[in-house]
Design a protein around this ligand. Sequence first.
Ligand code: ZN
Length: 310
Amino acid sequence: MKNRLLKIAASILAGALLLTAMVGCTPEETTVTEKVTTTEKSTETIATTQTETITETDDTLNIAVSILPVADFVANVGGEHVEVTVMVPPGYSPHTYEPTPNQMVRISEADAYVKVGSGVEFEESWMSDLIAQNQDMTIIDCSPGVDLLGSDPHIWNSPVNAMQMVENIYQGLIDIDPANQSDYQANRDSYLADLQALDDYAHQTLDGFSNRNFIIYHPAFGYFAAEYDLTQIPIEHEGKEPTPQVIQDCIDKSVEYDLNYVFVAPQFATSYAETIAQEIDGQVLYVDPLPATYISNMRSVVASIALELE
Ligand SMILES: [Zn+2]
């Protein structure tokens, strides 16, 4: 953003120099005076307008992200200093989403891109195109320090991983905007405290039960399960719809573990979950793996899973 300011200042200066040169070359003195008067006025107007525009955009970093929970992390750490654009809109899946031409244009205005970095298909497929659109954009990776579980990209659904991601976002923001470090630090500390409270709540709510299994259509809570010593039983495998055998296995496990719920993400609603729920005389419950407000949503995920463990 400072570069942009310098560039604009430089172009105003270049314009002024060009004017001086033009004035110097003009042969008739009267015309020269007139020209100087009119052009000086218009230069002033342009300069004022541009300064106003700079004040608006210069205060704020434009940050693009892939998914809603990361947008929430960036907004919490960045506070008033950032404006966040999310690529995969509410209700869409980061496993299949393709950016619109409009979104590609917005990428060209971003100061930084915060990627999940764990192998989310949207990033695997589109990151190089996004970078090609804006080579000056700083890439901030959320994943360093998070232990990946095989090829499962859903790292954000563990509050402990979320804390590491927030730390990585903080480091990225102070690298590109060191002037506001104290604000970012205060925001980070406050949000980390809230995430710690969420982790404490999850332990208090989930630790006591002997049943540790839950059944879910799209397996987005593997890191959550690992963190709280639970077993996620997926209906969907590697993005594929279940075979009759998989459905039968899920029904058998539901009986074995006395399960009463089938968890479903709103982005992956499916009749298979209904089928299994009917077979086990149970109920479909929604848990959102891509929330716009992370902490309140994760609290409700914890409460919903606890219903199954009871
Ligand atoms: Zn997913």
